[in-house]
Design a protein. Sequence first.
Lengths: 288, 288
Amino acid sequence: MDADARIEARLHAAIERAGGKGCPPRFSEALAYAVFPGGARVRPQLLLAVAAACGDPAPDLADSAAAALELLHCASLVHDDLPAFDDASLRRGKPTVHAVFGQPLAILTGDALIALAFETIAVARAPDPSRLPALTALIARSIGAPNGISAGQAWESEPAIPLEQYHRAKTGALFVAATMGGALVAGGNPERWRTLGQKIGEAYQIADDIMDAAGGGEAGKGAGKDAQLCRPNCVHELGMDGAIGRLKARVSEAVASIPNVNGADRLRQIVTAQAHRLVPKNIAVPAE
Amino acid sequence: MDADARIEARLHAAIERAGGKGCPPRFSEALAYAVFPGGARVRPQLLLAVAAACGDPAPDLADSAAAALELLHCASLVHDDLPAFDDASLRRGKPTVHAVFGQPLAILTGDALIALAFETIAVARAPDPSRLPALTALIARSIGAPNGISAGQAWESEPAIPLEQYHRAKTGALFVAATMGGALVAGGNPERWRTLGQKIGEAYQIADDIMDAAGGGEAGKGAGKDAQLCRPNCVHELGMDGAIGRLKARVSEAVASIPNVNGADRLRQIVTAQAHRLVPKNIAVPAE
């Protein structure tokens, strides 16, 4: 199976378990609606790519870790779209979870997807049982406090936002969990893979800012949402050319940080190819 | 250290970690506010009591599991108090998290406490590493879907609520996690402890209904909130005497279900004593 099929299969199994016997029917629908059809599944793809570069000796665990990351990403999107945050009516081109199912089920969907992510890891087959708690701790930190997604988002409620720290927590943390998690499940040394996740996270954030300024983006959130919500955006700071230059630099640094494992060449190609897809062709191609 | 001190110490350590370096200052405050000062810490007390009845051979793991349950309970209260659900302004006699910190931080506080609970388990010292994933799976199911707290709460968004299933998921699941988790951390057989958790959960739900009908309750939610929100309440169904009779029956069944471990006598005393405290003396004493 290719990476896409592995990710979707594990996500389907998880959502079927959560929405199965005993689940309130509308809640079951909401859980599936929040996860399918997916976006680019960038984070689980990255985790599997790193695991593959390390030889992928524990594919079942890698699939579970990848699915867990995507469930957490989906949870964060569902909560982020709520009226208390972005008040978004569209996500990936369709109505948001709260727009369809109401705010109570949207809040509960996020909560249940977080629980499901940890359950998915906990029931994975691991060649060494100590990898499961290590992975759980890594992933829990990437979504919690002080430096995970929740903390990143919480900066929006402070009088001043430290821009770098905000992006590192809100966007970068899950990319770092992807690269370090990919190494961890494959028995590698997670610390050697931290920079790759950080740099890709930064590139992704810059691409998101570019897409917002130009209109479009993963969220399908519509042009200029950041300006409208007084959110920091590096295009406002550097101009479009400056932002594209910074994006290229981050991708170069990401590629350069890849440790010399057997599958490093293939991973470098994947990261470079993904970077080309970050920004639509009519804006710029961040080629290296 | 007694159980109270063990629980508070582990909760303080967890909240200090989450609210530490890098955490947005108001978010750090909100996390602590949601957890301290606590209520009766009923669920972690129950977990530690079961672990003690089983000999408590792994106290560090027991403390972490107990703290994790309380963090999850606090998370569920913070989300449950939101305007989308109970719209409560008071909890344990003080303003709710969203009343003080706003809805965005309240939603994020719940999310981060869930993550923190799983991190707390993941970093615990376990005599056998396979106990950590088993505990993680047990606890994740107790808060997620199809049969955990989120699913229980989600029944409130359905056109009809199956009363027993609703209470079992919304209130009972975390009590079952407490008794089964207490056995699991101590190397016992969790399945033998399921009934105890279920019966205590049912007793607790009935007590909550009684308190709501009479005014008061753990939530300090004010009298008649269930009637006001059209929530099912067994006092409406059975009358006050009938509800008290059912509460006594559940406590008896709970005590009778305790497996014959070395510490069973002491645990029977604890469960009976706790049951006396479920309902204020001016209503009734559910003595056995």
